[in-house]
Design a binder for this molecule. Sequence first.
Ligand code: GDD
Ligand code: MN
Length: 387
Amino acid sequence: MYMYAGVQALGTTEAETEKTSTSKPLVTIVVPTYNEAENIGRLIREITKSMENSGYKDNFEILVVDDDSPDGTCLEVRRLAEKDRRIRCLLRRNKKGLATAILRGIHWARGEYVVVMDADFQHPPEVVPKLVETAIRTGADIVVASRYTRGGGVSGWSRLRLLMSKTAILIARILVPGARSTSDPMSGFFLVRKSVVEEEKLNPRGYKILMEMLEKLSYSKVVDVPYVFRNRLAGKSKLGARTIIDFLIHALQLSPMTRFATIGLLGALANLIVMSLLLILGVNKYLASLAGIEAGILFNFVFHEAWTFKTKLKGNWKERLVKYHLASAGGTSTTFLTMALLTSLAGFSAVAAQAAGIAAGFALNYALSLTKIWSRKVRATVKTGRV
Ligand code: GDD
Ligand code: MN
């Protein structure tokens, strides 16, 4: 399914390894391309120049992942690869999209560090060695080239485009906890330590691959490096208006809030069913309410453990169960009191009053669960200033 063009191996003989080994790590620069023939040659030359200026010689490779561009992007890369063994083109026969191209590139990367960037000069080649140096200096697993940290920016954008970009970031921050560790979670320009990329955790249908990595992978530190996003050198953007909808779906899919709400809804149903059954059996409405509430709590707990917060479990489940009861206490009392008030003062039926109470307690319960029980692993975020 995949075909290589260009070099097969870097530094294969021992003598060569000896000669080229330095203290610098091996770095792979992954460039996904679709119809970038006009840009790719110059980009490769400029990346090579800036890596060599930073002391990299044989310890970097440029891996272009091309989806069989009709404009011959891969042929262009092959032409350069004939003269330079650090250059490779991975050619995929059926166009499968940007996110899968990036993941394939990371899969085949030989570097300890992988830098991902666009082919169109929107991501300046001179920033590539800065990302690598920052990773080495700080020990970060992920380094994000950011438009939105001090020293970064965008050039030539309308106010509307900037507003849309910032709104998307705000939405990502609200929905996806992992997106909070950088100022630019939508960036298509970033470095990742190859060893933290557990491919099976990532869903290549997801469009914003960095946001997905920030949410799903285990890593210790994220650092931002500022850069100025420029206009495309040549050709057209491949990402259209549909990407906004794709982004929203992706953020919702990644969000624990979506899973939390789904389970919460089913838990509420369990609550009401248990309560109704008990009422039918002639149990008093207060007891039936409490039993329904407890059934809902147990239902939610089991599924939050197994699904909602699956990746964030730490410590002992019994302890979490107790904490969950405590954290739910506000919501539980709200439900119970609402039930009691609405039945005695407003003439509601017991089950309808309980349903209203559940809705009132939900928001409180979510906030407490997220912050007190299933909080993420400790993760440091360092923001750098100018580089
Ligand atoms: N292999 C492959 N397959 N490459 C693709 C495909 C595809 O289906 N679609 C796009 N690319 C390549 C392009 O050739 C380019 O090198 C890079 O992926 C990004 O595509 P652009 O078309 O330049 O995207 P953009 O400039 O609109 O969006 C960029 O900036 C966004 C931030 O504003 C990307 O970097 C986004 O990831 C980023 O979020
Ligand atoms: Mn671009």
